[in-house]
Design a binder for this molecule. Sequence first.
Ligand code: ZN
Length: 110
Amino acid sequence: MNYRDTLHAIETTTALEIIGIGYEPKGAYLSFPCPNKCENSAVMKIYGDKKNLWYCPKCKKGGNLLKLAMETKGLEWEKTKELLSKCVFRTMVTSHSGAKLPAVPEHGYQ
Ligand SMILES: [Zn+2]
């Protein structure tokens, strides 16, 4: 898988849990503390073309989940890929097929 496919295959919530970032669901987004430490909340899209891309409306910084994981954990790309392989969908359901991704996590909602 290339970088883009890897990014799209990652389940956002599981990834943030593995990285150790607390988040709050907000519709199609997850809200989490800005990694740029501007004391605002950044948002990350959880599906669609911009899935796993984050943006902070206050400091205007943004990036993607893979880079966020590397910076937060201080890891190289290979290690990051290894770490996040745990949260890649077992069945690759990509935007190519137009199929819907599972909405309910295995452990269910509280
Ligand atoms: Zn910010």
